[in-house]
Design a protein around this ligand. Structure first.
Ligand code: ATP
Length: 137
């Protein structure tokens, strides 16, 4: 409904895009309900992406997502999950629409700058994975 979970991934943090990405997010009508710089351990990334454990890219994905800091955030807006997936664009930046975060900031299908939850249920699970209740507003 009105909340989603996002991560600015290690590639975009390394490239100095935190500020530009947060500016696009807030100017697109999302309010920040939780926010932090953090790093996932290998075990954290394995658990976070357990749904992809049988996919051929799982090992690469876990290594990538744990290699450096990320920005984790909870975002609030009407229709947050769907509207945020529209804002980030297709998984593969080569297929992402103009103006989307992945078109602007992603390098490849693997190192694609930003995560967005794919359902309300997953948004709640992913937010709780990264934030304590007192860190969410
Ligand atoms: P996200 O869950 O990060 O918002 P998504 O829903 O667009 O992305 P999924 O298909 O759920 O994409 O894949 C999860 C993540 O796994 C992708 O964002 C990307 O980082 C990585 N990934 C997906 N496909 C590939 C691939 N073919 N090769 C390498 N990494 C991939």
């Amino acid at each position: 409904t009105n909340r989603t979970f996002t991560m600015i991934k290690p590639d975009a943090v390394e490239d100095g895009h935190i500020g530009a990405i947060l500016e696009k997010i807030t100017s697109s009508g999302f309010k920040i309900a939780a926010l932090k710089l953090t790093q996932m351990t290998v075990a954290d990334a394995q658990e976070f992406y357990a749904v992809h454990s049988e996919r051929p890219f799982y090992g690469e994905l876990v290594e990538f997502m744990s290699r450096g800091p990320i920005v984790a955030a909870v975002l609030e807006k009407d229709n947050a999950v769907a509207d945020f997936r529209t804002l980030i664009g297709a998984t593969n930046p080569a297929e992402a629409a103009d103006g989307t975060l992945r078109k602007l900031f992603a390098k490849s299908v693997g190192e694609n700058a930003v995560h967005g939850s794919d359902s309300d249920e997953n948004a709640a699970v992913e937010a709780a994975f990264h934030f304590a209740g007192r860190e969410m507003f």
